[in-house]
Design a protein around this ligand. Structure first.
Ligand code: UD1
Ligand code: MG
Length: 423
């Protein structure tokens, strides 16, 4: 039995204007496919079940969402329009009565808050259709909302079907609807293809519900940024910029300094502690965890699976990948740390690297607290370096070596220096 409220997310189109082999909704904004943001927004707004309508690139879209709880798929065999896409969900929703939040998969900036408002209003208003609308400075590309002289909703007109007067309307249809089921099915039965694109338009459904004396309300609850629809690569980069600004704004509100936001990239899944400073040209990807009072950049690349504890410094041209740096560890210049664990206060010199990949397998490097890794040192993983070790400049610590606590190793391959060279 399907649990409501239900969200229906339309994602069957190809998105021809993207000029891509990939389904449009799989293009990424700030490191995540667009469709994932829409699914998250639907659940964030209170949906209990999501049905994603797939068609073009169906297998890719399914595998992108594979394993997400409460997500189901409906297949639209031919892309005959948005109304037809919703109808593809009917077999899955047999017997369901209640609200259906209908969204499109190509609006990744949609936030859960206005959608949750719409669902709340639907509870109170008992409308057959609640239409979220937005008033935008440039309505190009959107369907327009027509109202009568008393401001009551009349119908949606697609841009291609607009007359010159209708084109000037700035209240638009962002494709965020709450429909009451099963009423919606009656309206979808009425749709035809007499329009400029020869498609079954979902946008005609509200008007059909009105004509059946069912209540339809259009509410301008959405902001222009929420509804940026991605139809081209240009739109994709605009969506990216807005999403990046939102991510950084949230971090700054939480006490992170970002010196030059426009020249910084931070993944939305990253968490960063208070009083950490992010210097320009830093790129942070994936679900990275950065503690408080760290100093990152300029030109640092922090990659997925990395955790930096408090007071860590990662400086210019340092890449940290799937690695853990404990409190006070530093790598200030030109280094690669991959699959490494650095104890507290480890210092990594310029151009030192962990050689973690032998062509087939990745191996780990463990460095104990207080160890100094000299400039240009190469640590060929797997290696295990103790605490308070000194590794000489340009030393190569070969695979499988265990370097005991407190020792000094130098040379190629690295060997221990006697503690007291005079004896
Ligand atoms: C649609 C709306 C328009 C609205 C705009 C932005 C219609 C007829 N028009 O136009 O009023 O202003 O979105 O929100 O609904 N899709 C399918 N199957 C299809 C066709 C489309 O699943 O047969 C999916 C697409 O994958 C896409 C979404 O529906 O995610 C919207 O389709 P798109 O072609 O982008 O519609 P717009 O022209 O943007
Ligand atoms: Mg669109």
């Amino acid at each position: 039995m399907i649990q409501g409220p239900v969200a229906i997310i339309l994602a069957a189109g190809h998105g021809k204007r993207m000029k891509s082999d990939k389904a449009k909704v799989l293009h990424e904004v700030c490191g995540r496919p667009m469709i994932r943001y829409v699914v998250d927004a639907a659940f964030g707004a209170g949906a209990k079940t999501a049905i994603v309508v797939v068609g073009y690139g169906a297998d890719q879209v399914r595998s992108c969402l594979e394993g997400t709880p409460d997500v189901h798929f409906a297949t639209q065999v031919q892309q005959l329009g948005t109304g037809d896409a919703v109808r593809a969900c009917q077999p899955l929703l047999e017997g369901y009565s209640g609200p259906a939040l209908v969204l499109v998969g190509d609006e990744p900036l949609i936030r859960p808050e206005p959608l949750s408002d719409l669902l709340q209003r639907h509870k109170q208003d008992k409308a057959a259709c609640l239409l979220g609308t937005a008033i935008v400075p440039d309505p190009t590309g959107f369907g327009r909302i027509l109202r009568d002289s008393a401001g009551r909703f009349l119908r949606i007109v697609e841009e291609r079907d607009c007359n010159p007067e209708e084109r000037k309307i700035t209240e638009v249809n962002p494709s965020c609807y709450v429909f009451e089921l099963p009423s919606l099915w009656d309206a979808l039965d009425k749709l035809d293809t007499r329009n400029a694109q020869g498609e079954y338009y979902l946008t005609d459904a509200p008007q059909w519900l009105e004509s059946m004396n069912r209540k339809v309300v259009a509410l301008p609850v959405l902001e222009p940024d929420d509804i940026l629809g991605v139809n081209t690569r240009q739109h994709l980069s605009q969506a990216h910029a807005i999403m990046q600004a939102r991510i950084q704004d949230r971090l700054m509100t939480d006490g992170v300094s970002i010196v030059d936001p426009r020249n910084t990239y931070i993944d939305g899944r990253a968490s960063i502690g208070q009083d950490t400073v992010i210097l320009p040209f830093t790129v942070i990807t994936g679900d990275v965890k950065i503690g408080s009072n760290c100093r990152i950049g300029p030109f640092a690349h922090i990659r997925p699976g990395t955790e930096l504890e408090s007071g860590v410094e990662v400086g210019a041209f340092v890449e940290v990948n799937r690695s853990h740096m404990e409190t006070g560890a530093t790598a200030r210049h030109l280094a690669y740390l991959g699959d490494a664990h650095l104890g507290a206060n480890v210092n990594v010199g310029a151009t030192a690297v962990t050689a973690n990949f032998d062509g087939k397998n990745k191996s780990r490097t463990v460095i104990g607290p207080g160890t100094m890794v000299g400039s240009g040192a190469v640590l060929v993983a797997p290696v295990n370096i103790g605490a308070n070790v000194t590794i000489g400049a340009n030393a190569v610590v070969t695979r499988g070596q265990e370097v005991p606590d407190g020792t000094t190793v130098v040379g190629v391959p690295a060997r221990s220096l006697p503690k007291n060279p005079g004896v």
